[in-house]
Design a protein around this ligand. Sequence first.
Ligand SMILES: [Zn+2]
Length: 199
Amino acid sequence: MIPLSPSLDRLITEIAKLPGLGRKSAARLALFILRQSEDDARRLADAILDVKQRIHLCSVCANLTEDDLCSVCSDHKRDRGLICVVETPGDVLTLEKTNVYRGLYHVLGGALSPLDGISPQDLRTSELFDRLKDGSVREVILATNPTPEGDVTALFLARELNGRKIAVSRIARGVPIGAELENVDEVTLARALEGRTSV
Ligand SMILES: [Zn+2]
């Protein structure tokens, strides 16, 4: 076998670090990039650097944004009395695709996992409680993943929110147990959101 040129080998190695790609798929993508024009290749490289430099977390909800506030937090037509708590910014995108939810979000940045040493302090939980202090929020919807970690997180938050004058609900079990929100189809997720139950 002819050894790969070092630059091609380097590109394949970097692409193979992306989730879901083995070295074989990475080699196919690297060869595709090699066949593209230099302009196309530069646009790809620039786009990758651009998201890294421009995108950061919304100062209120920790959703992804290029501004101080994300597009949801800065939209005055959204219902400010509702906060949907999710694990990742990807979950916000998934829920937005259902087009049924008109409230705000709060991205925790993960889920509780005692085995992995992830405690409430490692998530944006205190930021959530701070948002509830002014009394403008009437309901918190717990939309963490229906995995053991997501359930533990929802239980923890439900306990912490108990005793406040805020309704707390968990998205309905239309979402398959153990599934991640981003893999659930939009109709199922929309139903799960509408059929949420108080906890
Ligand atoms: Zn936001």
